[in-house]
Structures are given as structure tokens and as C-alpha cells.
Design a protein around this ligand. Structure first.
Ligand SMILES: [Fe+2]
Ligand SMILES: [Fe+2]
Length: 336
């Protein structure tokens, strides 16, 4: 089964899911500020209560967090500032727009496909909501691409996954990797002064939404794991291992796509790792960028109930790599 890019509808894919009703009209500054605050902070009832991961209480907590931190912005009323020539060139020449649009396109379908396999209505609804939000990210990107006339290759039809659980795991872990680096890069771009603050503000809710997504994913993984019997658990861990291998191999290569004239374009699958020099004029070292990623990761998760699990693999790997990176940077400086 394939889907053309306009033909996506979470509600018809996932039984029982109802799209959120968004406010009409343009929100005022106070409404935007209140939504921003609500989306960043969430605590469950009874903060002293200990949570058993995999329990019903754990499930209620993650689903409530996801529902109550929803930010009701509408892509159609977002403001796109006028850019000077340099800023426009900087944005249109970033090699990420095709891959960004297509990643959201795949993510929404994979999440909806997995959501519809779930028997638990609360969890199914949370994952369907996540799919709906991915579709909204795609709409935000499409509006921006249209506004600034960024040329895109035609989107391929999106394939309905044969193994929805595999597809959901690939998307979830992929988001954990990309969001970790994107948090740092976004901060570097923000501080560089190269991009108008209004443009940064427009993407801020999308960035925080990715934080909520990977928070939900990390807790879903723990909940799902804890509810599997011994044999199914082994099969699941084997699948998770293969997903990480797949993502590692995928990231070792640059994705290639064809433009409208059939020429091959390099789309940077790893932009979130090596794209820092495109968003700042400062000579930023890898160590500095990784330190920003760690700080921003902590900051974005700080407002959520501490009992909810956070994604840990990327922060752990980067913390382990930092002493080595620092050693090589010191040696490089000493040789100069
Ligand atoms: Fe997204
Ligand atoms: Fe996401």
C-alpha cells in the first residue's frame, strides 16, 4: 500500500483517534506564552509515588504527559519573516530540506501504522497523536519551503510498512539520535545571529515537540519491554539491536536523491552531526558543539516529571567520547 504525500489522514488510519481541535484565528502573545509554558512543563500526581516501569501507572503517566503538553499551534498562521539576501541564501542552500520533509512524511505513516496495531486504547491514542504531530511538522516545513521558494525534489510515495513495529522502532531511535544533535545545532543557530529571531521562534515549538516525542518513545520502549514474556522479550531485544545496526549503516552514507532534471543530489543524512558550520560564522569545535548538545538536551527535558525515563544512549555515547575528543583537540592546538 502506498500513500501520496497529500493523502495522509491519521484519523482514518487509527481507529478511535480524533484529531485535536485547534483554535481558530491568530493567537495573541499571552496565549502563545501560555502554550509554550504548558508544553515544556509537566508533573504527574503525587510526586512522592514511586513508579514501576511497565505498570499501568507508568502508562497513564506517559500518556497524560503527552496529551497535556500538546501545543495547539496552527501551521497556517505561522509568520514567515522577510529575509535579507544573505539569510535567504543561507537557508535555501542548507542540504536538508528534501530529507527533512520526507523524514516527517515517513515518520507520520510509520507511527500511525504501529498505533493501529495496538490494543490498548490509551497508548494507541498517544502514538496516533504523535503521528498527527509529525504530519503537522511536515505542514510547517511545506509552508516554509513554499514561502521562500526552496526547490524540492518530488516526494516519493510513502510505503505502508510491512513490519509496523520495526518501522516504529527505526523512527523512534532515529528521532532520539537526530533530536539530540538538533537541540545543540538549534542553539548554535539561535546564538549566531545569522537567522532572524522570528524564524527561530517559529521552529521552537517543533523542536520542543521532538523532545516530547522522544520522551514518549523512551517510556514506551520501557513499558513495552516490561510487558513482554521471556521469548518475546528476546525477540524484541534482537530487533532493537538490528535497528541500531541499520541506523548506524544508514548514517555512514549520504542519502542520494534525484532532482527535477534527474541530477543526483547529496542530501545530508548526518546534517545534525556535521552541519554546525552552516549555521554559525564562529569557528566551533566538535567538543563545543557536543557540549551544547548535552546542555540543551538537559534543558529541554528539565521541565518534565523526573520519574519519566529520558532517552539515554546519545548523551551517554557523547559523554564517553568527550574526553577523547578533548584530548585530540588539545594535541591539535599544541601542534599549531
Ligand atoms: Fe517531526
Ligand atoms: Fe517526532
Amino acid at each position: 500500500m502506498t500513500f501520496q504525500h497529500e493523502a495522509f489522514d491519521t484519523q482514518s488510519l487509527v481507529p478511535g483517534f480524533h484529531e485535536p481541535v485547534l483554535p481558530t484565528g491568530e493567537p495573541d502573545a499571552a496565549t502563545i506564552a501560555a502554550s509554550e509554558a504548558r508544553t515544556r512543563h509537566w508533573s504527574g500526581n503525587d510526586p512522592q509515588q514511586r513508579i514501576k516501569y511497565g505498570s499501568d501507572v507508568h502508562k497513564q503517566m506517559m500518556c497524560r504527559m503527552f496529551e497535556e503538553t500538546f501545543n495547539p499551534y496552527r501551521p497556517s498562521v505561522l509568520k514567515w519573516p522577510t529575509l535579507d539576501e544573505a539569510a535567504l541564501h543561507r537557508i535555501t542552500s542548507l542540504p536538508i530540506w528534501d530529507i527533512a520533509v520526507q523524514t516527517e512524511g515517513k515518520a507520520r505513516l510509520r507511527m500511525a501504522a504501529y498505533a493501529r496495531t495496538l490494543l490498548d486504547p490509551q497508548m494507541r491514542n498517544a502514538l496516533a497523536q504523535n503521528a498527527w504531530e509529525e504530519n503537522r511538522h511536515k505542514e510547517v516545513l511545506s509552508k516554509m519551503v513554499q514561502h521562500y521558494n526552496i526547490p524540492l525534489v518530488p516526494e516519493p510515495p510513502y510505503e505502508y510498512p510491512k513490519d509496523p513495529e520495526w518501522a516504529y522502532l527505526v523512527t523512534g531511535y532515529s528521532e532520539c539520535i537526530d533530536s539530540f544533535f538538533a537541540f545543540g545545532l538549534f542553539k548554535v543557530a539561535h546564538d549566531s545571529g545569522l537567522f532572524p529571531p522570528e524564524l527561530i521562534d517559529t521552529f521552537e515549538p517543533v523542536m520542543q515537540e521532538e523532545c516530547r516525542h522522544i520522551l514518549l518513545f523512551a517510556n514506551w520502549v520501557a513499558w513495552h519491554r516490561a510487558n513482554l514474556g521471556f521469548i518475546k522479550r528476546i525477540a524484541f531485544e534482537w530487533k532493537v539491536f538490528r535497528v541500531w545496526c541499520f541506523l548506524g549503516l544508514e548514517r555512514m552514507d549520504l542519502a542520494k536523491s534525484l532532482d527535477a532534471e534527474g541530477k543526483e543530489h547529496a542530501q545530508d543524512n548526518n546534517f545534525t552531526v556535521n552541519g554546525a558550520q552552516s549555521v554559525t560564522e564562529k569557528d566551533l569545535s566538535v567538543v563545543e558543539l557536543m557540549e551544547w548538545c548535552l546542555r540543551e538536551n538537559d534543558r529541554r527535558f528539565a521541565g518534565y516529571d523526573q520519574r519519566l525515563l529520558r532517552p539515554t544512549t546519545m548523551p551517554f555515547m557523547v559523554k564517553c567520547a568527550l574526553p577523547v575528543l578533548k584530548f585530540f583537540e588539545r594535541r591539535k592546538k599544541a601542534k599549531k
